[in-house]
Write a protein that binds this ligand. Structure first.
Ligand SMILES: Nc1nc2c(ncn2[C@@H]2O[C@H](COP(=O)(O)OP(=O)(O)OP(=O)(O)O)[C@@H](O)[C@H]2O)c(=O)[nH]1
Ligand SMILES: [Mg+2]
Length: 324
């Protein structure tokens, strides 16, 4: 073994030899790349594996793989796609903030499938979708579809390589007509492009020089990305991340009540900000919307029990009693 290949590598190579379909071969080659020891002696093997991988990826999918969908049904108050370079900490965030258990590893290109998980924020859940990485060499094509389908993007990068991470991920998405814009600011979409609000989630804040690197990052970014610094090790920033995600989704929680009863504080409806009493009624049920006569509102949009019509604009935290 001139290049000191490890048993893990030899096992992955055996898997490759046994692979029949294009997908199995791709998976085995990715395994080989992942476990290949990196030093001068393995440079040639590395280049060879990459070349074989990119050739296979250009081939048409095998019949068995066709029709397989990576779509993640939306659940909870909003869907967030985690986009970023290999090893940025995407899977670690999903593992730390939800009950999902995506694989986390110190080497790049660990994630090959999308994994959803529900992140709690106070009394609601926000769906996170862990994704394979974005990198110059290759991006699973369906990753773009899942980013396109999401309500918000977390642009995930390590504090050490945040600038590079942004400089790789943003243009890659733009090349597929997905334009990220800083969450909280209005977007000016280019014709033919879809725009997605994004937060820049910077991981690894437990590392020694993190605070200094963060200050430098703020100076150097050429777009006003809202930065949320976090660490899954110390958990610093994690609750702030959930709060900023809620704000960036531009949603509000509305509680309903029945006449003469206390409001149901356990399960709010989540609506886009600016929604009206009519929108709430339609969210509950079309029949209720059709029969709506008036509503009473408690909260910031109306004084206690104020009678309002369907055009009344609600705000976060309002309690609404619908009368049909
Ligand atoms: N110290 C520290 N390490 C972290 C943090 N977040 C992630 N890591 C480590 O960074 C490495 C990569 O984490 P992953 O979550 O697998 O990264 P990923 O972005 O999912 O990587 P790919 O699946 O390859 O795209 C792992 O060794 C993690 O333990 C953090 O906040 N602090
Ligand atoms: Mg991952």
């Amino acid at each position: 073994m001139p290049a000191n290949l490890t048993p893990d590598y030899l096992q992955a190579e055996a898997k490759f030899r046994a692979a029949v379909t294009r997908e199995e071969k791709i998976e085995a080659l990715e395994d080989m790349l992942r476990v290949l020891p990196r030093h001068k002696g393995t440079d040639k093997i590395h280049a060879d594996l990459r070349a074989r991988l990119s050739k296979l990826r250009r081939e048409p999918r095998s019949a068995a793989a066709k029709g397989f969908s990576h779509r993640i049904p939306r659940e909870g108050a909003g869907q967030v796609a985690l986009a970023g370079c290999p090893n940025a900490g995407k899977s670690s965030l999903v593992a730390a903030l939800t009950h999902a258990m995506p694989e986390v590893a110190p080497y790049p290109l660990t994630t090959r499938e999308a994994t959803p998980g529900m992140m709690p924020f106070e009394d609601i859940g926000i769906q996170l979708v862990d994704l394979p990485p974005l990198c110059q060499e290759h991006v699973e094509p369906w990753v773009y579809d899942l980013v396109r389908a999401a309500d918000l993007v977390w642009l995930v990068a390590t504090i050490e390589e945040a600038l590079e991470g942004v400089d790789v991920a943003v243009p890659l998405l733009a090349s597929k007509a997905i334009e990220l814009h800083p969450a909280g600011l209005d977007a000016a979409p280019r014709p033919g492009c879809i725009t997605k609000p994004a937060l820049l989630v910077v991981t690894g804040m437990d590392r020694p020089s993190a605070e200094r690197d963060l200050a430098a990052l703020r100076e150097l970014l050429d777009q006003p990305w809202p930065i949320v610094p976090v660490s899954v090790v110390s958990r610093v920033g994690c609750s702030e991340l959930a709060r900023q995600t809620f704000t960036a989704l531009r949603i509000m929680r509305i509680y309903t009540k029945e006449p003469g009863k206390e409001p149901d504080r356990t399960r709010p409806f989540t609506l886009s900000r600016g929604s009206t009493v009519g929108d709430l009624a339609r969210t509950i049920h079309n029949d209720i919307a059709a029969k709506l006569r008036f509503a009473r509102v408690w909260g910031r949009s109306g004084f206690a029990g104020q009678v309002v019509g369907e055009a009344h604009v609600l705000v976060e935290g309002d309690v609404v009693e619908i009368h049909t």
